[in-house]
Design a protein. Structure first.
Length: 149
């Protein structure tokens, strides 16, 4: 049996939405348009747009189709997006299983052994995300070809 787990795709979709809004700034970035690029339901896009708006990353107005970035590309880090879409709480990217057997050497000690490693790994990942801006992402995408969605 293979156990597969992954982090939420909200983070990747949040980056996708913001990059597309920027690259489509001459057009109208409606939830339907964004959803067609992400290949998901517009309801999913609207939920994420609400999170991005609350974080001050996008401007949207009820009843008016379209969205625009609320900050310059260079002022939005991937860490900002990560926090905006509520991926995880502080120091909870990796969780330790509850109730290991205290009568077992490993069960009694596993949590205290691996929790500090998990916290260090999350801090390192977040530091990387802080060093990458949406401008970096958009530039890389734009360098790959023409907009045709």
């Amino acid at each position: 049996m293979v156990l597969k787990m992954s982090l939420s795709s909200r983070f990747a979709v949040g980056i996708h939405i913001l990059a597309l809004i920027e690259l489509n700034k001459e057009g109208t970035s409606s939830s339907e348009f964004l959803a067609s690029s992400v290949n998901t339901n517009p309801v999913v896009i609207r939920k994420l747009m609400g999170m991005l708006k609350k974080a001050g990353l996008v401007e949207v107005h009820p009843g008016i189709a379209g969205a625009k970035l609320a900050k310059k590309l260079s002022d939005i880090s991937l860490f900002d997006v990560y926090k905006a879409v509520n991926i995880v709480q502080e120091n909870e990217l990796f969780s330790v299983h509850d109730n290991p057997n205290p009568n077992c050497l490993v069960g009694r000690n596993i949590q205290n052994t691996i929790e500090p490693l998990f916290v260090a790994a999350q801090v390192a990942m977040e530091k990387v995300l802080e060093g990458v801006t949406l401008e970096d992402v958009v530039k890389d995408i734009a360098d790959k070809g023409n907009m045709n969605c």
